[in-house]
Write a protein that binds this ligand. Structure first.
Ligand SMILES: Nc1ncnc2c1ncn2[C@@H]1O[C@H](COP(=O)(O)OP(=O)(O)OP(=O)(O)O)[C@@H](O)[C@H]1O
Length: 349
């Protein structure tokens, strides 16, 4: 039985249309005109207990709007959300103890108070028993190093420290579901890694159901098996990370360091050079047209090669292609939603 169920969820924002010029401004004040903007358009998905799902999409795709509706902050225009049998917008107070939320762009910590005070306040608000509170704080300290800055006021923390505290604060009451909205935004590689590891440990140890939005594909690759891609308010992919890599990651890259000058190199049909410096060349081809083994045996039998590596396609570049509408969608991969994708992005199939 799914923990999160979303059916035909829709959100329209009402926008005030401002007319140009002084006269237009006065007119807009006296007789305001509105237009509706659809941010989320009939999306449906469900998430099982303990699953960790990446929710990605380009800027303005509708991710934050969806997360806000899941938390109950925003009321849907249409459709239903069911989290643990409750409607977030109708049972907001009741559901609060079951959901944790992290907005990377905003903090839920008390700005002027030491970090420890926020945790004490949360302990009282959620009525967390002493034993549970202590064991969680010990775990968070071990994994996120909270004690390094626990007595500092929040406003003095670095972004990475603040995010670590925020994530811990969202989990201190052991929620069943946690929604992350860009939890790694603006962090350096090491801080991101720490947070990904933490998320993975919590998911495993506490079986917390997690949905998180991010623009960093490494977040998804390192933590989630499943991802949902949203664009222009509709879901264009819902499936495994592996499947999308397998189906769409058709480009293979071989990097070869040649012992000699290879300015006049002749490559097999379908293989092209995408980068070269000194005697090092990056060659790319479509794995459906050219076999990796054929390219390697051609190169090694015709040239003297010092070093050779094969690069797997990165999810980052596949997603970039999807956002740019450059991928020919295969309808079998994600059912009817692919129809929408093709229409929206003007892709011919
Ligand atoms: N309060 C609002 N009033 C009007 N339009 C809004 C409001 N909030 C968001 N939108 C619009 O709704 C659409 C979806 O926005 P949303 O913030 O959900 O996208 P997002 O996928 O989270 O984007 P990003 O990755 O840039 O954060 C955008 O076109 C945005 O301009």
């Amino acid at each position: 039985m799914p923990i999160i169920e979303v059916n035909n969820l829709t959100k329209d924002y009402k926008l005030n249309v401002r007319k140009k010029g002084l006269l237009g401004s006065i007119q807009s004040l006296l007789i305001p005109e509105y237009e509706m903007k659809r941010a989320v358009d009939k999306i449906s998905f469900s998430i099982e207990k303990g699953d960790m799902v990446g929710f990605i999409g380009p800027n303005g795709a509708g991710k934050s709007t969806t997360v806000k509706m899941l938390t109950g902050i925003l009321i849907p225009t249409d459709g239903e959300i069911n989290i643990l049998g409750m409607s977030p917008s109708k049972q907001r107070k009741k559901i609060a103890s079951n959901i944790g939320v992290v907005f990377g762009q905003r903090t839920q910590l008390w700005w002027d108070l030491p970090v420890s005070d926020t945790f004490d306040l949360l302990k009282s608000i959620y009525r967390i028993p002493d034993k549970e509170f202590k064991s969680n704080m010990d775990l968070f300290n071990e994994l996120l190093g909270l004690n390094e800055f626990i007595s500092q006021p929040v406003r003095q923390l670095s972004l990475g420290q603040r995010m670590r505290a925020d994530i811990a604060a969202s989990l201190v009451h052991d929620p069943d579901v946690i929604l992350f909205d860009e939890p790694t935004i603006g962090l350096d590689v090491i801080a991101k890694e720490k947070i990904r590891e933490f998320i993975k440990v919590v998911n495993k140890e506490k079986n917390t159901t997690m949905l998180f939005t991010t623009h960093d594909m490494m977040d998804i690759e390192k933590t989630c098996k499943r991802m949902i891609i949203i664009d222009h308010g509709t879901i264009i992919y819902d499936g495994t990370v592996e499947q999308i890599k397998d189906r769409y990651g058709k480009k293979r890259t071989i990097v070869a360091q040649f012992a000699q000058n290879t300015d006049d190199i002749i490559l097999p049909k379908g293989v092209e050079i995408i980068e070269e410096a000194d005697n090092k060349k990056q060659m790319q081809f479509n794995r459906d047209e050219v076999q990796v083994s054929d390219v390697i045996s051609y190169l090694t039998s015709n040239y003297n090669i010092l070093d050779l590596t094969i690069k797997e396609p990165e999810i980052e570049s596949i997603i970039r292609e999807i956002y740019e509408g450059g991928i020919n969608y295969d309808k079998t991969i994600s059912g009817d939603s692919q129809e929408i994708v093709s229409e929206q992005l003007g892709i011919s199939r």
